[in-house]
Write a protein that binds this ligand. Structure first.
Ligand SMILES: CC(C)(COP(=O)(O)OP(=O)(O)OC[C@H]1O[C@@H](n2cnc3c(N)ncnc32)[C@H](O)[C@@H]1OP(=O)(O)O)[C@@H](O)C(=O)NCCC(=O)NCCS
Length: 92
């Protein structure tokens, strides 16, 4: 994670055996809170278009899709760039 006034989430991962227990969402919310403490006001990330668990988490934290990048990944899957501009919106 890089922070000044802008924060880029590079990766988010939960061990397979612990997925679907709410940890991913908790970890993501914690990252946002920590970034805010460091002064970040804009948060952005890139996610595979077909990564429904990750997109579900980002949507629930009020991230919006701001751009679609075709064939971004090596297997030609498209990517969404998602952004949160107002940290006050994220209270999850
Ligand atoms: C993405 C990832 C971190 C999610 O972690 P997790 O602990 O399983 O997620 P949670 O249990 O917190 O679930 C968060 C939401 O995703 C939903 N979800 C979880 N698995 C899902 C699936 N397979 N399909 C659709 N939705 C799913 C949950 O229902 C939950 O939604 P809700 O809050 O509306 O109930 C985890 O799947 C992972 O490590 N994936 C591999 C790495 C990865 O793709 N990282 C993202 C890179 S941008």
């Amino acid at each position: 994670m890089e922070t000044n006034d802008s924060c880029n989430l590079v990766d988010l991962a939960i061990a397979k055996q612990h997925q679907k227990k709410g940890y991913g969402k908790k970890l993501f919310c914690h990252a946002i809170i920590e970034a805010k403490k460091l002064g970040a006001r804009k948060f952005h990330l890139t996610v595979r278009e077909d990564n429904l668990p990750a997109i579900s988490i980002y949507n629930s934290c009020h991230f919006k899709i701001i751009k679609k990048i075709n064939s971004y990944y090596i297997d030609k899957t498209n990517a969404f760039v998602m952004e949160l501009c107002d940290f006050q919106e994220s209270k999850n």
